[in-house]
Ligand binder design. Structure first.
Ligand code: LLP
Length: 418
């Protein structure tokens, strides 16, 4: 469910016609619906109401300060994977005791920043990381709260680039070695074991991988308890998929119903790290048609947003629906490639897509772009990153200004001695 709908021929975000926003902020821009964001967060939260839980929104999906702040106001926290994301979460007003820090390559500096902030816990992904964290915490006269990220070796049946819980993956500690690592952690004076973490992948459209992985983790928690290791938090990661095209992922309540019987027996506070399911369908990318072009073999629609703005189609072959911002009667359907201005053949938003014919200056909405859209944007081809706009009812807010050319060269210098 989202709040991007036609009224007559015009596409609206809540009470605001999108064409009017484009006139004001220019194109391309990301557009988020406040009602959709809050609804998705609430539905997810309510789905898990039977068990004590904390939602740490995965900042990598959408790290805008306003959005992180919105979820913090609703009782959520943040899952961060870098010093930069930690900085954002703190700036956005996320309480430190609702921040968890994952990632296979945390640096010493990042550890120090997170210890200083006194975050809820580190999700540690290797033995060496554990030892370094112990050392850094010791130097600071602190004790680091830790969950070990366990790799349960379960196939999430999603795109290989976003599968993280298989044996061959770089993430986490293999479940067969987990007990050994926990024993090591027990001996380290500046480490306090508080939990177990797992995250098996993203855009998962079936409950079975969640149930299978949690069954394995539940058994591990039992073994840990027999060793006298208390587990207060079980962080079950994120990964629930959304409909981009014709996928039928489980509703959050279905997922909760499937896993609650396992989680209930454990007596832990459950940490959840949803990203896409909260923000994916709450955002779109609005772009303008620059040209149309016919070659002997193809029809191209050339738009002003490129792979630097939304890389998912180029990187994963992802499908994003493309809709006209103004529907026009009697337009012929035509099969086109919707491409951007970037100098790469891989720069496309859609391939072989049937759309109603469009003309230059018309606006298109690239749907389901609220997750991993702006956060994966780059300045390739020295293109300023797009503006981000949030609509709430009949009001709108520019929550990130479009970058300027000056922004793009900040920090660069020409040495005198060239
Ligand atoms: N927790 C951890 C430790 C993660 O690595 C991720 C995503 C999440 C939570 C959130 O997963 P979600 O609920 O959003 O599925 N760029 C890719 C997705 C990469 C996901 C990486 N990790 C894409 O555009 O599809």
């Amino acid at each position: 469910m989202h709040h991007f709908e036609y009224r007559g021929e015009d596409l609206y975000c809540e009470e605001v016609p999108i064409a009017a926003l484009a006139k004001e902020v220019g194109t391309p821009f990301y557009l988020y619906s406040h009602a959709t964001l809050t609804r998705h967060f609430r539905v997810f939260d309510e789905a898990f109401q039977q068990i004590p839980h904390l939602i740490c929104f995965a900042a990598k999906a959408n790290a805008n300060l306003a959005i992180l702040n919105l979820f913090a106001r609703m009782g959520g926290g943040a899952d961060v994977v870098s010093g930069g994301e930690l900085f954002r979460a703190l700036r956005a007003g996320v309480p430190p005791d609702r921040i968890v820090f994952a990632g296979v390559g945390k640096s010493r500096e990042e550890m120090m920043e997170a210890l200083k902030a006194d975050i809820l816990m580190f999700n540690v992904e290797s033995s060496q990381e554990l030892r370094l964290l112990n050392q850094v915490a010791g130097e600071m006269g602190m004790v680091a709260r830790v969950a070990l990220r366990v790799n349960p070796d379960v196939d999430p049946k999603t795109h290989p680039y976003i599968s993280t819980g298989l044996k061959q993956s770089k993430f986490g500690i293999d479940i067969s070695l987990a007990l050994e690592e926990y024993r090591l952690a027990q001996t380290l004076p500046h480490i306090a074991i508080v939990g177990v973490h797992k995250h098996i992948g993203s855009q998962i459209t079936d409950v079975a991988p969640f149930v299978d992985s949690l069954t394995r983790i539940a058994a591990l928690i039992g073994e840990l308890r027999t060793l006298g290791i208390d587990i207060r938090y079980l962080d079950i990661g994120g990964g629930l998929g959304i409909p981009y095209q014709d996928e039928t992922p489980p509703h959050p309540t279905e997922m909760a119903e499937a896993v609650t019987p396992i989680l209930k027996t454990l007596g832990c506070t459950i940490v959840l790290e949803p990203g896409r399911v909260i923000v994916g369908n709450a955002g779109i990318l609005v772009t303008k048609v620059l040209y149309t072009k016919q070659t002997p073999t193809r029809h191209f629609v050339i738009v002003d947003a490129g792979m630097n703005d939304l890389i998912r189609p180029s990187l994963y072959g992802s499908y994003h629906a493309i809709q006209p911002v103004r529907r026009q009667e009697g337009r012929e359907p035509i099969t086109v490639d919707v491409v951007g201005p970037i100098c790469e053949s891989g720069d496309f938003l859609a391939k072989d897509r049937e759309i109603a014919m469009v003309e230059p200056e018309e606006l298109l909405a690239v749907m389901s772009a609220g997750a991993y859209g702006f956060t994966m944007a780059s300045n390739y081809n020295t293109r300023p990153r797009a503006a981000e706009v949030l609509v709430k009812g009949d009001r709108h807010f520019i929550i990130r200004a479009r970058e300027s050319y000056e922004d793009l060269i900040r920090g660069e210098g020409i040495p005198d001695d060239l």
